[in-house]
Design a protein around this ligand. Sequence first.
Ligand code: PLP
Length: 376
Amino acid sequence: MPLFNVYPLYDVTPVKAKGIYVYDDNKTEYLDLYGGHGVISIGHGHPKYVEAVSKQVSRLGFYSNAIQNPLQKKLASKLEEVSGCKDYQLFLCNSGAEANENALKLASFKTEKPRVIAFSNSFHGRTSAAVAATDNKNIIAPINAQQKVTFLDLNDIDAVKTELEKGDVCAVIVEFIQGVGGLDQADATFYEQVDALCKANNTMFIADEIQCGYGRSGKFFAYQYYNVTPDIISIAKGMGNGFPMGGILIHPSIEAKFGMLGTTFGGNHLACAAGLSVLEVIVEQNLLENANEISCYFLKIAKTIPQIKKIKGKGLMLGLEFDFEVGDLRKKLIYDYHIFTGGAMNKKLLRILPPLTVRKDHINHFFEALVDALEA
Ligand SMILES: Cc1ncc(COP(=O)(O)O)c(C=O)c1O
């Protein structure tokens, strides 16, 4: 049976990974500055993570959400402690799209309103409401078009005000650093005014922290750079370091009702063990501090390279913009220099999403290769 051919693939077959490195079936070592699309937070095959997941699967990998699962409570309190999100409630699911789907649904349940405000160049996932709030017509099927979503430009606060005052908007959803779109951010005053407008108009402010969260921005959540209080925060990617898991943090003002949200696999024992070990390693290895230190080091070198026209992002969610499309450069970095990097909707942007354990020598290795590739 052939695979449904939806991914253009690089001709590399990883069979092993450790720390910042991935190894293919020819034993070639690749420097991973992409983290499997921002997923690998604490490094490939971290010993603590491997031990936690292995022990848990040999004890109890899964049982349904109809029984007590103390690991979920343990994960929730650790997340509260590490994120600083006091008194939020946690709902666990399996992916980023599912997290946003639940976030949007919950916003609509809470406000009893149907319409969503999202932003130009946003990416929120591929399920029904999430994809409708994604600014890419190519991935929206007719069945998704029934969702009521209005796209506005970042920083256009007048448009946000006009739309929210119509009274039918359940949620404003925003990536505080856009991922797939290409690392754009709005001004601090814009985010803070949106937050205030949401509070004034009974609209839920949803922070999509699926890519920019979990320490990637240099703070636990990217929204924490601003004076805002999201009603719902969606998480996934770095949360499980490769184990598929997602979730939403829900403000205490939103009350749960039995049956309101649900999932078979979300929050299973194995996922919780993976998620707990990720949070423990983030704390024990001071990974937020490392993200900030390595980010400064990266930016300092990037600024010395004349072909780089613009540097975008924060922490270890970085983008290098050139005045040419970077498709060939990415291929060259993979095949000639054995370095994984990412692309974006902005075709001139090279995306850097390394594990948060990345070191200065890895960054030196990358820039030596980049300069060589640019001059070749
Ligand atoms: C900001 C953001 N939201 C949502 C998603 C969707 O996550 P998933 O692919 O796990 O469904 C992504 C994935 O790239 C993302 O970057």
